[in-house]
Design a protein. Structure first.
Length: 70
């Protein structure tokens, strides 16, 4: 079975993701706009929420920029 490559999340992607979520957009509609899967959207939101909860700026260059393979 062929596995999809993990695409990097840019700061711009994160910013659009957070803006769309703040505007009440669903994971499905956000995924369509960002050309990712709803699962990728939910996973990235989880990472960004954790960073926010830990007091980090999720849009800083210090945050993880990629989804690491398992």
């Amino acid at each position: 079975m062929v596995r999809n490559k993990k695409w990097e999340w840019t700061e711009g992607d994160d910013r659009r993701l957070l803006e769309m979520r703040a505007a009440g957009k669903s994971s499905i509609s956000t995924a369509a706009k960002l050309k990712r899967t709803p699962r990728a959207i939910d996973g990235r939101l989880s990472i960004l929420r954790k960073q926010i909860a830990e007091g980090e700026d999720p849009l800083s260059a210090a945050g993880p920029r990629v989804n690491k393979p398992k």
